[in-house]
Design a protein around this ligand. Structure first.
Ligand code: SAM
Length: 340
C-alpha cells in the first residue's frame, strides 16, 4: 500500500501556512461558485447540460466567505473565482466586492467565458481585479456556434476588447482539440501580436462530460507554435504555473501552452479547489476529499475545520497520476462541476 510521506511542518505544527506532505506550500485557492453555465462547450458538457445541483446544495455566499477567511488565515494569497460560469450566479459581482473590500483578498482573479461579463467590467476594474482569464476557442462565428452550441461570439469579443480598453490584465485561454487547425491557432495568436495579452493554448483534457477518453493525445503544440510564429522563445516559467510561456519578436503580448494532460507541473502545485457542491479537492484528479457543506451545516467550529483541512493536505499524492490510480475517477465529470 502507498505510504504518504510526512512533512515536518504539516498538521499540528504552529506554522499558519498550509504545507502538504511533500513540502509544497499552498497559496492559491480556486473557488467554483456554481456548476451552471450559459454555454455548452462540447468538450466540457453534453448539449442538455450536466445535472446541476439545486441552489441549496451549493455553498451560500456566507458559507463561501467563511471558508475564504479560513484559507486567508492559512496564508492563501491568490483566489480565483470560477465555475460553471461565475456570472450566471446571481450576486457574483457583489460577492467579489465583499471578498476584496471586506475580507481583504489581495490577489483576486476570475475565469469567465465572457458572455455576460462586459457589463461588469467597470466594477471589476474598480475592485481592482488582478486579472481575468477569458475562455475563447475560436474567432470564427460558425465554429464558435459549433463548439459552444450558442451564438455568443460577439458578446465574448465585447468583453475581450472592453477589458483591454480598461487596462485589465487579460489571459485568453483556448482549448485545442483534434479539430483545431493551424489557421485557427494563427488567428488566435494574432491577438497577442496586436494586444498586450497572454494567449494560452490548452490541451484538451479527458473530461468531456459525455465520454471518458483514456488515450493521451499529443497535439504537438510546441512544434506547431514554433512553426507558426518564427522566433518563438520560451521564457522562465514561474513556480506553480501551469503554463509554458513564450515571447515572439514584434508581439505586444505573449503566447503560452497549458499541457493539461501531461501533468508536468504537479511537483510545484500550490493550489487547492472548492467545488460548487462544497467539496475540497487537493488535486484535480481526486474525487473530493472533504465535504465542507456537510461539515459547516452540522455546526463545525473554525478550529476543527482548520484541523481537517490540514489533515487532508498531509495525505496528498505526489502527482495527478498517483491520485487517479488510487481513487479512480468519478464517472463522466465535467470541468463545470470541478471548477476548471
Ligand atoms: N465558465 C468559465 C469559463 O469558461 O472560463 C469558467 C469555467 S470553465 C470549466 C474553465 C475552463 O475550463 C475553460 O477555459 C474551459 O475551456 C476549460 N475546459 C473545460 N473542459 C475542458 C477540457 N475537457 N479540457 C481542457 N479545458 C477544458
Amino acid at each position: 500500500m502507498y505510504e504518504h510521506p510526512k512533512h515536518p511542518a504539516a498538521p499540528g505544527s504552529d506554522t499558519p501556512q498550509l504545507i502538504d506532505n511533500h513540502g509544497r506550500i499552498i497559496t492559491y485557492l480556486r473557488l467554483a461558485i456554481t456548476d451552471r453555465c450559459n454555454l455548452r462547450c462540447s468538450y466540457c458538457m453534453p448539449e442538455q447540460g450536466v445535472e446541476t445541483v439545486s441552489h441549496g446544495e451549493t455553498l451560500s455566499y456566507e458559507e463561501l466567505e467563511r471558508l475564504v477567511r479560513l484559507f486567508l488565515d492559512m496564508g492563501i494569497e491568490k483566489i480565483r473565482i470560477t465555475g460553471g460560469e461565475p456570472f450566471v450566479r446571481r450576486g457574483c459581482m457583489d460577492f467579489l466586492e465583499r471578498l476584496k473590500h471586506d475580507l481583504g483578498v489581495t490577489q483576486l482573479v476570475i475565469t469567465t467565458n465572457g458572455v455576460e461579463t462586459a457589463r461588469y467590467l467597470k466594477r471589476l476594474k474598480a475592485l481592482p481585479i488582478s486579472g481575468i482569464n477569458l475562455s475563447l476557442d475560436t474567432l470564427d462565428r460558425e465554429r464558435f456556434k459549433t463548439i459552444t452550441r450558442r451564438d455568443r461570439l460577439a458578446d465574448v469579443l465585447e468583453t475581450l476588447y472592453g477589458a483591454l480598453e480598461l487596462g485589465i490584465l487579460l489571459k485568453v485561454n483556448s482549448v485545442v482539440s483534434e479539430e483545431t487547425s493551424d489557421a485557427e491557432i494563427y488567428r488566435l495568436g494574432e491577438l497577442a501580436r496586436d494586444n498586450g495579452l497572454s494567449m494560452r493554448f490548452i490541451e484538451k483534457m479527458p473530461f468531456s462530460g459525455e465520454k471518458m477518453e483514456k488515450r493521451r493525445i499529443d497535439y504537438g503544440l510546441a512544434e506547431r507554435l514554433a512553426n507558426l510564429f518564427p522566433g518563438l522563445e520560451p521564457t522562465q516559467t514561474k513556480n506553480g504555473s501551469t503554463a509554458k510561456e513564450f515571447t515572439v519578436p514584434g508581439f505586444r503580448g505573449s503566447l503560452g501552452i497549458i499541457e493539461g494532460s501531461s501533468r508536468r507541473f504537479c511537483s510545484t502545485c500550490n493550489r487547492v479547489r472548492i467545488t460548487p457542491q462544497g467539496m475540497l479537492k487537493v488535486c484535480l484528479y481526486d474525487n473530493g476529499v472533504l465535504d465542507f457543506k456537510d461539515l459547516i451545516r452540522t455546526g463545525i467550529s473554525d478550529e476543527e475545520l482548520l484541523k481537517k483541512i490540514r489533515s487532508c493536505l498531509n495525505k496528498r499524492f505526489a502527482d495527478g497520476h498517483q491520485t487517479e490510480s488510487a481513487n479512480g475517477r468519478a464517472a463522466q465529470p465535467s470541468m463545470a462541476s470541478i471548477g476548471g
